[in-house]
Design a protein around this ligand. Sequence first.
Ligand SMILES: NC(=O)c1ccc[n+]([C@@H]2O[C@H](COP(=O)([O-])OP(=O)(O)OC[C@H]3O[C@@H](n4cnc5c(N)ncnc54)[C@H](OP(=O)(O)O)[C@@H]3O)[C@@H](O)[C@H]2O)c1
Length: 326
Amino acid sequence: MKTINWGIIGTGRIAHTFADALENTENACLKAVASRSLKKAQDFAKNHGFQKAYSSYSELAQDTDIDVVYIATPMASHYNDTLLCLNSGRNVLCEKSISLNSEQLFQMHDLAQQKNLFFMEAMWMKCRPVFLKAKEWVNSGKIGEIRYIKADFSNFVSYDPNDRLFRPDCGGGALLDLAVYPLTFSHAFLGVPDEIVSSANIRSGIDVSNSILLRYKNGAFASLDSGFEVQLSNNAVIAGTEGIISFGNWFHCTDHVTLTDLYGNVLEDFICENEVNGYEYEVCEVQRCLSEGMLESPLVPYSGTCDVMRIMDECRRQWGLVFPGE
Ligand SMILES: NC(=O)c1ccc[n+]([C@@H]2O[C@H](COP(=O)([O-])OP(=O)(O)OC[C@H]3O[C@@H](n4cnc5c(N)ncnc54)[C@H](OP(=O)(O)O)[C@@H]3O)[C@@H](O)[C@H]2O)c1
């Protein structure tokens, strides 16, 4: 596999974690990082061993040494940052949630297609061995027909009006930050729902908690809760007519998934400990796609990202929640 030159836009929390994964993944070259502040970019570059530091996102986008840009800015910036990179000829891996709404996503994808460039949401959960094992069990009929999915993602976070999580202008709120995981999870196993019933607690222009119930054509349900107000264990269950798959706490990043029969007897236990910090699987998937000349990842295809974004659009429509500038 060829060496892939990575650029990173934004130097916040997740950018550090992702850079740690790059540092420890074969064939990844840490080429450049960009921040709105040169000092932050230089500190980040020094900390992680990037070759170049830029004081603007556009300088990095124009760097022809870079094969792919990882966009690690708040949701409301993803649209402009992605268009900037694609228009400059760079492939893009963009953090979740990939955009504020499906109209933005459609335009981002359209440009990627026009430019013949790779474009993917950084939905690392779908690249992880535990998730792929559960897919394998479901596809091989081990739990029969899925009738019910339960997935939670709720973390207690103290209110801070300056944190992007609570800022409407950043695309804050539990829906785009957390619910995107349970929604992506249920979509991966059950597809597009027939009915969406949702409710949210809206405060200062963002949803601090939400509850989403999806009903599918075959009568299956998915029940998904997310928020910043309470701490849940954040596990997930897929219940079928012949068995049950249970993900450990923090289902999106757990290293443990169990297959049981309808009476609770364990049939298979799958444990896969991270080689680095869990993001290495996503890095490898992007590098594999780029090496093989693919424009999208079969693990995180645009169609799935788009379906989930449409569900989130519908939830916000039901809540009457609009982001500034929409
Ligand atoms: N995959 C995961 O596990 C995971 C985990 C956490 C977050 N995320 C996603 O990653 C993205 C960033 O999250 P984060 O927690 O890293 O956020 P963060 O700590 O607030 O960092 C965001 C960075 O974006 C840049 N930025 C550009 N415009 C900004 C603005 N208007 N306000 C604030 N920052 C701005 C800043 O970098 P500069 O100052 O250097 O320009 C900032 O440090 C979000 O989309 C989030 O959903 C993913």
